[in-house]
Write a protein that binds this ligand. Sequence first.
Ligand code: C5P
Length: 220
Amino acid sequence: KKKLVIAMDGPAGAGKSTVARLVAKKMNYTYIDTGSMYRAVAWKVLKEDKGASKTAILDVLKNIQLQLKYGNDKVLVFMDEFDITEQIRTPEVTGLVSKVAQIGEVRAKMVNLQQNMALNGGVVMDGRDICTHVLPNAEIKVFLTASIEERAMRRWKELKNKGYEIGLKELQLEIAARDKADSEREISPLIQAKDAVLIDTTNMSIHEAVDSIIKLCERA
Ligand code: C5P
């Protein structure tokens, strides 16, 4: 059977990575989390500690060694041979990533890597511009979203489980700010592709969202 390309976009906290990972598992495909790639660049910008001007970011980009490695059930992010999978999830990285992702040169480099990873099909790729820009010919296109209240609540629970106590309102503002930056940027902004299927998970379980995507695959 032909190996499909599944593209998924949506705002922060919509459950993309959870759903995409489960779809990939069911289909026996590779899951590619493109947000982790932009996060890795932002992480290196912070590590170099030369500020976050465009010049400083382009400097970091010049000699970047970024790799996604596939462990058991988990995607590991490596930068210059170091495993930074956990470090790219800190509030500092989250606070900087949308700024880094606005730069054309950063996007060009990441998009090139992403397109190469999808060449042979059998991938589920999620992000902000996958349906619209990175994989316009994907057989399956999904725009996964949920209300801002629901997305903030899910993040809040997730963080609480990890031991972080952060205000729900504060979290909601942070997510809204990132959505705004991602939707209003000049290059490849977050938008639902015309040919993408909208899945609103506000009142939907993870299982239901996964099932509806598997159904799309069966029909393709
Ligand atoms: O998906 P995640 O929340 O980890 O993505 C982090 C950030 O990376 C997004 O807020 C966005 O600024 C950027 N991003 C992007 N294009 C993608 C994936 C992520 O600009 N395809």
